[in-house]
Design a protein around this ligand. Sequence first.
Ligand code: NDP
Length: 331
Amino acid sequence: MNEFEALWIEADESGRKPLPPRWNKVTVDQLSEGDVTVKVTHSTINYKDGLALAGAPGIVRKFPMVPGIDVVGEVLTSDSDRFKPGDQVILNGYGVGEVHTGAYAKVARLKSECLLHRPSELSPARAAAIGTAGYTAMLCVMALERYGITPEQGPVAVSGASGGVGSVAISILSKLGFETIAFTGRLEETDFLKSLGASEVLDRAQLSEKGKPFGKERWAAAVDVAGSHTLANLIAQTNYGGAVAACGLAQGMDLSGSVMPFILRSVALLGVDSVMAPMALREEAYARLVQDLDLAKLDSLSEVIKLADVEERAAKLLKGQVRGRTIVEVA
Ligand code: NDP
């Protein structure tokens, strides 16, 4: 196969620290091993992609690396019985873009056990708009549902509301009939968040500082992308018998609070990981996204860019200047 363009991250002389990414002409042989090659048509930018492109420690752990944790594309060649050339596929996570070469290249070589057939209801661009952030939002909602949370119990608070996970979570929850309280640092996005279905939009500063260990009950459940004091405050203000789905660390990876909400209010803390989620759960999440995510809302929270602009956009995302989701056109 001919050479193609890839964003390429090499290590410094220590062999462990990433050098800044550069565009490189590569061949398939330079990609990680896999039994399926895919023509990448679309990808996206998640928080983790932003960290990888910024050279944050601990994200890219194998070199050289093609970043990009979400692949949407068409199978070119396959040694797997599950896929044949022309099949439309999706890959989210599984260490791609971290320890296995990823999406910011015209071609990806991937392991068939990590690939999903793209649901026909989702165009390639919409599948990219969902990406890891959107599928994680669905996993958070499913975790709350599994715990028994229903719209009748009260509102669901969502942190990082203007970001990727938060904006998709609000869209899904509102279609399912939940009232949602959107916490954001960008109150200028109030109209946008209400258009996605937020019932109320509040300043995230309310949750940013160390708060009371045991606060007034305000919501039946929460989806948290921030960690740190935000997560502790969300837990402390959850109603009796409620639950908080925690998936992120946008404020910080620390968590200090009180056990009081757990032992006096039976509040549950539900951890959500998308990267190594089993295939059956991924298939369930995509089936649910097809059913429970309003595609017009998904379009309204997504913006399209070219692959060449991925670094500039990722830097903005880390500064909290990107609203919703980004679709990266690769092909
Ligand atoms: P985005 O950058 O799209 O959104 C993050 C949002 O968090 C920002 O837009 C901002 O929203 C909010 N935020 C930023 N800084 C702070 C802060 N200091 N305190 C409170 N809120 C803050 O990222 P994603 O939506 O892609 O990812 C969100 C988080 O979820 C990340 O930490 C990411 O690593 C994690 N994640 C985890 C996954 C998993 O498998 N567990 C999968 C996907 C994501 P606003 O401006 O509205 O306040």
